[in-house]
Design a protein around this ligand. Structure first.
Ligand SMILES: C[C@H](O)[C@H](O)C1=Nc2c(nc(N)[nH]c2=O)NC1
Ligand SMILES: [Fe+3]
Length: 293
């Protein structure tokens, strides 16, 4: 079942430790089988058919400018050549989930760790760990945008600090509700920029078209207090005014905020706060029905 949310970092087991201390490996592009390239083509074609009118402009432009197409699993070296020239980022291969500090260290140095493996043909809609389709199709196009490029580097730096302060869960919630499951307002309406949505067939439709979830204006301390689901669609999608709002976040010192937020009660994944700016009050039908099963 395609639950875009899929496990990311915190819950799922970290991959077996490879030889290099930074957990990177060679992508080994020439070792991909015809079946693996065929899986990529299937995922790419069905997702690109869904994205028009749903993906934000930066995602569309980023995808168009990168060597990413249906024919084959992208070569990280070719991706990095284009990315470096635009925002100084590069894509490095990893065997799967890496420890938090390794992940942050890479992001802080504008290296995006991408899983090199691709899901099997019989699990097209189920993702245990972020694979090459999630990481390259979902995340890399947004790295072409200067605001996201700066924001993700700041997240890496902030992650190392949050770990020292013992506040990682609060920061991970900011990452989850933006880089993984974020929506943005555009002239034509709400659009997706989160990789977890962009790489999921069913969540792309659920996050933007379904009446069930709430859609709430992004608010930093509110998000830091809000627990999230990793096992199913999100109950609330947070919406930024524009991508520049993320750049503002990158410039904020989170340390005092962690203390302020720690003194307040947490919010459940689908719980509305009276102070929320509600863009869409969801019916909650989907999660109610799921819970009733
Ligand atoms: C909080 C942090 O963002 C999260 O726990 C992690 N995410 C990832 C990770 N490793 C990989 N490869 N991909 C992720 O998205 N390690 C840790
Ligand atoms: Fe991801």
């Amino acid at each position: 079942m395609d639950r875009g949310s899929g496990k990311h970092g915190l819950a799922a087991g970290v991959a077996a430790r490879p030889s290099r201390p930074d957990w990177t490996i060679d992508q080994g592009w020439s070792n991909y089988t015809a079946e693996e390239h065929a899986t990529w083509r299937t995922l790419f074609e069905r997702q690109t058919a869904l994205l028009p009118g749903r993906a934000c402009e930066a995602f569309v432009q980023g995808m168009r400018a990168l060597p990413i197409d249906a024919a084959r699993i992208p070569d990280f070296r070719a991706l990095s050549e284009v990315l470096r020239a635009r925002t100084g980022w590069q894509v490095v291969a990893v065997p799967g989930l890496v420890p938090d500090e390794v992940f942050f260290e890479h992001l802080a140095n504008r290296r995006f760790p991408a899983g090199h493996f691709i899901r099997r043909p019989h699990e097209l809609d189920y993702l245990e760990e972020p694979d090459v389709f999630h990481d390259v199709f979902g995340h890399v196009p947004m790295l072409m945008h200067p605001a996201i490029a700066d924001y993700l580097q700041a997240y890496g730096e902030g992650g190392l600090r949050a770990q020292r302060l013992g506040r990682l869960p609060m920061l991970a919630r900011v990452y989850w509700t933006t880089i993984e499951f974020g929506l943005v307002r555009e002239a034509g309406g709400l659009r997706l920029y989160g990789a977890g949505i962009a790489s999921s067939r069913t969540e792309t439709v659920f996050a933007l078209d379904d009446d069930s979830p709430h859609r709430v204006a992004f608010d930093l301390p509110r998000v830091m207090r809000t627990r999230y689901r990793i096992d199913d669609f999100q109950e609330i999608y947070f919406v930024v005014r524009d991508l520049a709002e993320l750049l503002e976040l990158a410039r904020i010192d989170f340390a005092p905020l962690y203390e302020q937020v720690a003194a307040q009660p947490e919010l459940a994944p689908g719980e509305l706060d009276p102070a929320d700016t509600l863009l869409h009050r969801g019916s909650g039908r989907y999660h109610r029905e799921r819970a009733a099963r």
